[in-house]
Design a protein around this ligand. Structure first.
Ligand code: UTP
Length: 295
């Protein structure tokens, strides 16, 4: 039986170039879906899955993210004095407990693998989760909780996977599957961003991982991969001959909020999923689409 997954790394030190100019002075992970930043959704998903330690791997100019997980005394006092109970709850109810959030720095954006490695001293010899906040998954239970349940059966390394159109394999880490029961896929290899002509499947890794500490040892080599970056996929691939590797086809809908199209889609889908907004948003969208098609 593997040790429980108690710690989660949130790499949030990327440059977010696909979202400029919005990300010029604001971290991509603070972009909002309806009324919450991406990073808050990801942290809530992790806590629902039983994560106790939140490790943000951050970079320069991103202090707004750690502030978001701290008390804002002036704001809280003002809301309390004005009797704005609901607003007060919305900024306090979900705050992690003292000591639950750690912020590490990735001094240079050398790639996702490097960002994960920056948290090595917080992980030591335990399995850990990695969540990329810009991949949002609308599901109940959350994607990481589904993964933790599957991981309790399989152990080893586990990632969330999704079938993508073949022509898009060069955007993802891709599994080379060896067994597939329709839900859990065992892989014998992984390739980062393969050309569709050589991709071993169309099963793409999306931004949720449960990994053994051995992956940190592989990352320690600092080998550069696709795009000259230190790739997490490469480090995971190097453990595959000794540690079982599974992909989980999760239940839920994923939105790539690192792309403009995915971000807009997520805003619509999350608004329609909210009882307080659903009808008004649906009516506005229908009206909007009607006017657009008349033009
Ligand atoms: P992306 O590939 O989406 O890169 O990183 P990015 O810099 O955020 O965005 P673009 O492509 O320039 O628009 C995936 C995740 O890994 C983190 C990012 O913050 C994001 O959550 N990351 C990436 C780091 O923390 N450090 C890095 O060096 C690279």
């Amino acid at each position: 039986m593997s040790k429980p997954v108690r710690k989660a790394i949130f790499p949030v030190a990327g440059l977010g170039t696909r979202f400029l100019p919005a990300t010029k002075a604001m971290p991509k992970e603070m972009l909002t879906i309806v009324d919450k930043p991406l990073i808050q959704y990801a942290v809530e998903e992790a806590m629902e899955a039983g994560i106790e330690q939140i490790i943000l791997v951050s970079g320069r100019g991103k202090t707004s993210m750690s502030d978001h997980f701290d008390h804002s005394y002036e704001l809280e006092q003002t809301l309390r004095a004005r009797g704005k109970t609901e607003a007060l709850k919305s900024v306090t109810e979900w705050l992690p407990k003292p000591g639950q959030v750690t912020v590490m720095r990735q001094q240079e954006p050398l790639g996702l693998g490097h960002a994960v490695w920056c948290a090595r001293n917080m992980i030591l010899d335990e399995p850990f989760a990695v969540l990329l906040a810009d991949d949002m998954i609308l599901s109940k239970p959350g994607c990481l909780k589904q993964m933790v349940e599957a991981f309790n059966e399989t152990g080893g390394n586990m990632v969330a996977v999704e079938e993508v159109p073949h022509e898009n394999t060069s955007r993802y880490g891709i599994l080379n599957p060896v067994e597939d029961d329709g839900k859990t896929v065992r892989a014998q290899g992984l390739v980062e961003k393969p050309d569709p002509s050589v991709a071993p499947s169309n099963l793409a890794i999306i931004g949720r991982y449960i990994l053994q500490p051995d992956v940190m040892v592989e990352l320690e080599r600092h080998e550069r991969g696709a795009g000259g970056e230190i790739q997490l996929t490469d480090a995971m691939a190097r453990t595959i001959d000794r540690i079982p590797f599974h992909g989980l086809r999760f239940d839920g809908r994923r939105f790539d909020c690192g792309s403009k199209e995915g971000f807009v889609q997520a805003n619509v889908a999350y608004a329609l999923n909210r009882p307080d907004l659903r009808n008004r948003v649906m009516n506005s969208l229908q009206e909007f689409c009607r006017l657009e098609s008349d033009n």
